[in-house]
Design a protein around this ligand. Sequence first.
Ligand code: AHG
Ligand code: MN
Ligand code: MN
Length: 322
Amino acid sequence: MTDRPSFDAHLAAVQAPDGLKTVLEVLAQTCAEISDLVAGGALSGVLGASGAVNVQDEEQKKLDVIANDILTDALLASPVVAGVGSEEMDVTQPAAHATGEYLVMFDPLDGSSNIDINAPVGTIFSVLKGFSPTPTEADFLQPGRRQVAAGYALYGAQTMLVLTTGAGVTGFTLAADGSWVLTHPDIRIPADTKEFAINMSNQRHWAGGVQRYIAACLEGADGPRGKNFNMRWVAAMVADVHRILMRGGVFLYPWDRREPEKAGKLRLMYEGNPMAFLVEQAGGKATLDGVASILDVVPERLHQRIPVALGSANEVDQIAAA
Ligand code: AHG
Ligand code: MN
Ligand code: MN
């Protein structure tokens, strides 16, 4: 091994309140635990359906529930946490103690449809300062711009933790001894790209702007863009966003006509906002439509959905112009 800094050594040097550092330590520790369970797969007894349905009417996998319980228990036990909110829980949960300052929202297992096929999944989290030691849902409904930290764990070929506290984006890799090691000190998204990510099977349901943007990409070097594009879709936002942080690209999950009353598929508070914070901190753009930043949306509900178009800055501008 080289002399790469440990997670703790890195955190000690970060300009952030001690309480926030404690929240990040708890998140790093719990994501390492979830990583072990994911890696064990059938041997951990964690594959398959739980038999229950969550508040969004989605069938929960066993790992959705297990990861949710691990995160909820660890965070609420920490004296610095005032409350938590999760994709897998109908309502926010205040901590039993009255000492916490921080609110944490999470998608405990992102990309659940990948669990049973041994494809990448992740955990996404968003950290806000609270106003009350006994917070209600209203305390959590702050614009993403107010996040004090955000990040994800990617349970892929390697397990990685990618974080921002508002001063750039940093990546850690989980070592064999269970510790996190700094491997990606300053992640930046290239401004230009030739790669897009969208679920093409929904094409006929998209609105005009997305239709035109993707059609131009598909025309490649023969069309108005004058270059050939590549396409990727992992079906786990964590993995798609991670690829964009590593080599650029754009990711779209737009509004579509399948369920027109829904603003999109992805959820603002624990998918859109934390990913938007990371992407902007890495020099990219994270928008609803190519223009308005996700981080400026004033939230109305914990499980609110939003359209997402994020990634390489110049390419996000092309979506807006289409
Ligand atoms: P989750 O597993 O937390 O419900 O999130 C799945 C999301 C996101 O990770 C991914 O980008 C998208 O759903 C995939 O959607 P499709 O199944 O429509 O491709
Ligand atoms: Mn998700
Ligand atoms: Mn999920």
